[in-house]
Structures are given as C-alpha cells and as structure tokens.
Design a protein around this ligand. Structure first.
Ligand SMILES: NC(=O)c1ccc[n+]([C@@H]2O[C@H](COP(=O)([O-])OP(=O)(O)OC[C@H]3O[C@@H](n4cnc5c(N)ncnc54)[C@H](O)[C@@H]3O)[C@@H](O)[C@H]2O)c1
Length: 442
C-alpha cells in the first residue's frame, strides 16, 4: 500500500556529468567498469543501485522491484565523465598503470573511450599529500584563485559535455590530518582564509567549495576533513545541495561493521581487535606517510567505539585494545590483504579468537560505491534533499552527521535506513519488520 506523500522528484532527463577529483585506481576502475557494463561486457556487481531490489508493502504482496526501477535514477547510458589529477595520464594510461582491470579483456576494447578522458590540471599542493609530485597543476596567487579556476572547469565541462546535471566525487589521495579551526566556521572566514593562503584550507576544500558554488553535490570518498566543516555545511544547506562523506567503506572496515554488531547483538565481549593490511598501490604509498595515515587511522578507528558503546557496556567493551596498521608493500599492487585478529570472550569471561584474512581488491570494491554515490547524490538533488545525506552512511567509513548526532556504523542499520529513505521518497510505507499482523489476526 502506498502512503500519502512522497517527494516531487525532478525527472532524470538528459546526461549526468560525474566529475571525479583524482584519476587513479578507483576512478579509472569506476569509469572503465561503467563503459564495460554499457557495452555488455561486464556486470555491475557490488552496486546496490543497479542490482539491488527493494521490498515494498507486506511480505504477502510480493512486490520487490529493482531499486533502479523503483526510484528515478539516471541510466548508465547517460553518464559522462571528467576528472582532475596532478599526474597527466589519461584514463587509459592510468588504468593500465593501476593494474586493476585485465588489460585485454576490459581495457583494450574501450581504449579510445578511455584515452578521451584527460585529467584537468589539479588544485594540488604537496604539503597535503607528501608522497606525490604533480606536473599537471593549476597556478594561482591565492587559494581563492584556484577555487575560481575549478569553478570555471565545472562550467566548461557542463557546456562541453551537454550535461544537464553534475555531481562531484573526491576519489583523490588522502590528505594530511586536519582538525576544524576558525577558518572553517563560517563562509566569510573560509573565503578570507582562501585569500590569505591559510594552511587550514586544503585543496580538497577548494573543490568542495567550487562544487557548491556551482550548485553541484559533493561526496568525499577519502577521510580528509574537506566538506565536514560548518562553513561548507551551511553553504550546502543555503544552496539546497546534498553533501556527504567520508571515506568509501570497502574492505576491512566493511567487515568490521558487519562483525562488531554481531558481537554486540549477542552480548559477547571484546578484548582486542588487531587489523593490519598490506597493499602496494599508489594509495598505499601515500598512506605510508604518517600524516596521511593519521587521517585514515582516525577514520578506521572510530567505528568500534560507536558500534560497541563501551559507556553502556563497560563489562563487555570497557577495555578494548584496537589497533589498525597499513603497510605499503609494492608486490601486491591493488590486491590488498587485510588481516584481523579478534579476541572475544563469552559466558563467564572465557576467551575465544576469530581470524579474518580478506584477500580483496581495493578498487573493485570501491568502484560500485562511486557509481551508487553519483546516482544517489543526483537523486537527492532532484528530490531537493540538502545538507548532509546521512541516509547514504552505508557507503562511508566515517559518516558525516548533523552536529550533536553520533554516526550509525552498523552496515545493516545503514542499509535499512537507505532503503527506508527510498520508500519515504516514493511515498511507500516504512518497513519496521514488526510483522505481528501476520499472527494476530482480528
Ligand atoms: N579503494 C578503496 O578501497 C578505498 C576505500 C576507501 C577510500 N579510498 C580512498 O580513495 C582515494 C583514491 O584511491 P585510489 O586507490 O584511487 O588512489 P590513487 O593514488 O590510485 O588515486 C588517487 C589520485 O588522486 C590524485 N590526486 C592527489 N591529490 C589531488 C588533488 N589535489 N587534485 C586532484 N587529484 C589529486 C593522485 O595524483 C592520484 O592519481 C584515496 O584517498 C583512498 O584512500 C579508497
């Protein structure tokens, strides 16, 4: 049964331009993947928007359309792409160097398409990403000048591509750790700080600012502070634009946000959780720098604290030793190995151990997340949802929330929240899983 309401959602007419900051492993795997799917040479596995279904109404109604048929999402054939990167490689060269997709099966047949995507000069500053040197870089006297150049890039791409709408996604390197300061508190302070080249303004913030000033939604796939500051949040609310982040939730943290809720649901205790990774891609190299690692570490460490609520269960979670390590190990390339050793305890405190060894492929897990975020942020804009999109926490390791709210990390609560938001948008009943009506008949 449909309920009253639902949002007026503008139709997904015309093209959607996806502007990617960074044209590295994740972005090229995403773009090449979409093109392969469009040509029928691959399936969009891992993408909830493309493969997922959504149950509507009572279980007895047997209504479970595909999400992409239920909500008006942009069709993959209508996606067009642009990217910025300080490294001048086009999407073909970048994808070959990243070594994620099989060259003969998934890259050569679409080589011309990929070669047509050349990175725009980046707003880049090595101070924020120590392990990279870029040659394809914008010049400007102040950070504000760079932001204005990014705005011009956005306008030019929209014109050139004929896109009806745009979204921007940060899939660039993790910047050094920053905390919110005076420069981030209001738009006025933020703009003044850009003019004064204040170090508190990282390049990622210039992209976010440029996107919002051009009415483009912005999602942050790395753990950088970026759009998680009051100045940019207010700007998004004022201009009725969706924003969100931080840090794509892909491998080890995805597993953590599945396992930790299970321990908590069963009231099992946790003594320690040791997570270590080896990876050899450029991301791994950047994260080898302690300042970039610190940003990632904060993002990865936060989840257990919020899920386990040690203040409410001190006897179970009051003394957890949680450690996360990332080790740069070139031979593995993008094929990361994530080990977890988990020390739990049960009845009367007896200890047990769980070991997880996830031989994953980082960008294979991240690419469908980029796709879903692009489509759902565009949907959010057409449905006039503005500010932080907490319903998309499902995709992030360190979800942004309204001030004063703690983030929800449990993957299945996030999943329910996402689907209930879609039902709400379309005027369908929320699903509470109560189900008493099947047993207590009048
Ligand atoms: N793959 C995953 O599973 C995963 C999960 C969560 C987060 N992430 C994050 O996604 C981001 C991308 O990962 P990746 O594996 O593609 O890394 P990558 O190093 O292959 O690509 C990042 C690209 O960003 C570029 N870049 C750096 N600073 C830039 C700037 N200021 N402007 C434009 N481009 C800039 C770099 O030159 C590089 O080409 C990283 O921050 C990573 O931490 C990845």
């Amino acid at each position: 049964m449909a309920v009253e309401g639902g949002r007026d959602i503008a139709p997904a007419k015309g093209k959607l331009g996806v502007m990617l900051v960074g044209l590295g492993a994740v972005s090229t795997t995403f773009i090449a993947g979409v093109e392969n799917v469009r040509r029928g040479t691959g399936l969009p596995i891992g993408s909830l928007s493309q493969i997922g279904t959504i149950r509507l109404g009572k279980r007895t109604e047997k209504r479970s359309p595909k999400i992409k048929e239920f909500v008006p999402l942009t069709d993959l054939t209508d996606l067009v792409f642009a990217a910025w990167d300080p490294i001048p490689d086009d999407a073909y060269t970048g994808a070959v160097k990243a070594g994620v997709l099989d060259r003969h099966e998934h890259l050569e047949p679409i080589a011309d398409f990929l070669k047509g995507i050349k990175p725009l000069p980046a707003a880049f500053d090595q101070h924020y990403v120590k392990r990279l040197t870029g040659t394809n870089v914008k010049q400007g006297k102040t950070k504000r000048d760079l932001a204005e150049q990014l705005r011009q890039d956005i306008r030019d791409f929209k014109k050139r591509s004929g896109a009806d709408r745009l979204v921007m996604i940060w899939a660039a390197s993790t910047e050094v750790f920053l905390t919110p300061g005076p420069a981030h508190q209001s738009l006025q302070a933020f703009e003044r700080a850009m003019e004064q080249n204040d170090p508190a303004i990282a390049p990622s913030m210039l992209y976010a600012y440029a996107a919002l000033m051009e009415n483009v939604p912005f999602a942050n796939g790395a753990p950088n502070l970026t759009v998680d500051v009051p100045a940019l949040q207010h700007l998004a609310e004022e201009r009725k634009l969706p924003i969100g982040g931080k840090d794509f939730k892909t491998g080890q943290t995805m597993m953590k946000t599945v396992l930790a809720p299970a321990f908590k649901a069963r009231m099992l205790g946790l003594a320690g959780w040791y997570s270590t990774n080896i990876l050899g891609n450029r991301d791994g190299e950047v994260l080898d720098d302690p300042e970039s690692f610190k940003t990632k570490e904060e993002s990865k460490l936060g989840v257990l604290e919020y899920i386990l609520q040690p203040d409410q269960y001190p006897e179970l979670y009051g003394n957890v030793f949680h450690k996360v390590r990332i080790n740069y190990y070139p031979p593995r390339g993008d094929n990361k190995e994530g080990w977890d050793n988990i020390d739990i305890f049960g009845w009367l405190g007896y200890p047990m151990q769980i070991k997880v060894d996830f031989l994953c492929r980082d960008s294979i897990l991240a690419a469908p997340i980029v796709l879903d975020l692009a489509l759902f942020f565009d949907l959010a804009q057409r449905a006039r949802l503005s500010g932080i999109q907490e319903w998309l926490s499902f995709y992030f390791k360190s979800p942004q929330t309204a001030p004063g709210l703690y983030p929800e990390h449990d993957l299945f609560i996030q999943h329910t929240k996402l689907k209930n938001t879609l039902r709400w948008l379309m005027g369908e009943e929320q699903i509470t899983h109560l189900g008493i009506e099947y047993y207590e008949k009048a």
